[in-house]
Design a binder for this molecule. Structure first.
Ligand SMILES: Cc1cc2nc3c(=O)[nH]c(=O)nc-3n(C[C@H](O)[C@H](O)[C@H](O)COP(=O)(O)O)c2cc1C
Length: 203
């Protein structure tokens, strides 16, 4: 079948399949601080690393939600690594908490101070990346209209790794077991890891 996003046959595909086609997606579990000092925490699966040197990452918000507003206003955010043991807490933190309520408190998620930025980090996460905002992009349609989404890009300025997550000199993805977002309300884990060497050009 072929269709354009506007002409999807809703009898055959009642739910938008695009997010299931771009899967698995890592989860950017993002903590921020409002300008009044309230700690905020929410998951974003429109999220990825966008550069390695220096490490840069982005999350994209469908509308100006608290995370994007806080990151833009304060210029800082923290990425928290969501592993299997934190899956429920990560999902719980997506609750649309009313103004003045911190998801850290509402969901009983322990926080620790960050070193180089003001927003706190998830204490039990096996890694946290402290970030400073570098770019804010409002993606537009091909007609040049605003989509309502906002993409926030940040540079990683500080890295926390729990020592138990390091094995043989590597951040061990099997041990740390990151949650990934599949389509719809489906989630997965990185089971069945294998190495694949890069191809080399030989004349
Ligand atoms: C796993 C997961 C991934 C999510 N990814 C996104 C996303 O990429 N963009 C978005 O706008 N909302 C996303 N959401 C919904 C937000 O987490 C939710 O709207 C949340 O209340 C936003 O909180 P905030 O206003 O404190 O930023 C996701 C929710 C879950 C559970």
């Amino acid at each position: 079948m072929f269709f354009t996003p506007e002409t999807r046959d809703r009898e055959v595909l009642p739910f938008d399949p695009v997010k299931a086609i771009i899967a698995p997606r890592p989860i950017g579990w993002i903590s921020t601080l409002s300008k009044d000092g309230l700690a905020n925490l929410a998951p974003y699966s429109f999220f990825n690393l966008v550069g390695g040197r220096p490490p840069m990452l982005m999350f994209s918000s469908e509308g100006y939600k608290d995370t994007a507003n806080n990151a833009i206003e304060t210029g800082e955010f923290v990425y928290n690594y969501a592993s299997r043991s934190l899956e429920e807490a990560m999902n719980a933190s997506s609750i649309p908490a009313p103004a003045g309520i911190s998801e850290f408190d509402h969901c009983g998620i322990e926080r620790s101070e960050s070193r180089l930025v003001a927003p706190p980090r998830v204490a039990n996460a096996l890694a946290n990346l402290e970030c400073k905002v570098t770019d804010v992009i409002e993606p537009k349609t091909v007609e040049g209209e605003k989509t309502g989404s906002v993409m926030v890009i940040g540079q990683v300025v500080g890295i926390h790794i729990d020592d138990q997550a390091i094995r043989a000199g590597r951040f061990d993805v099997t041990m740390t077991d990151p949650v990934t977002r599949l389509g719809y309300l489906d989630f997965g884990f990185s089971d069945g890891l294998h190495e694949m060497p890069r191809p080399e050009w030989t004349e």
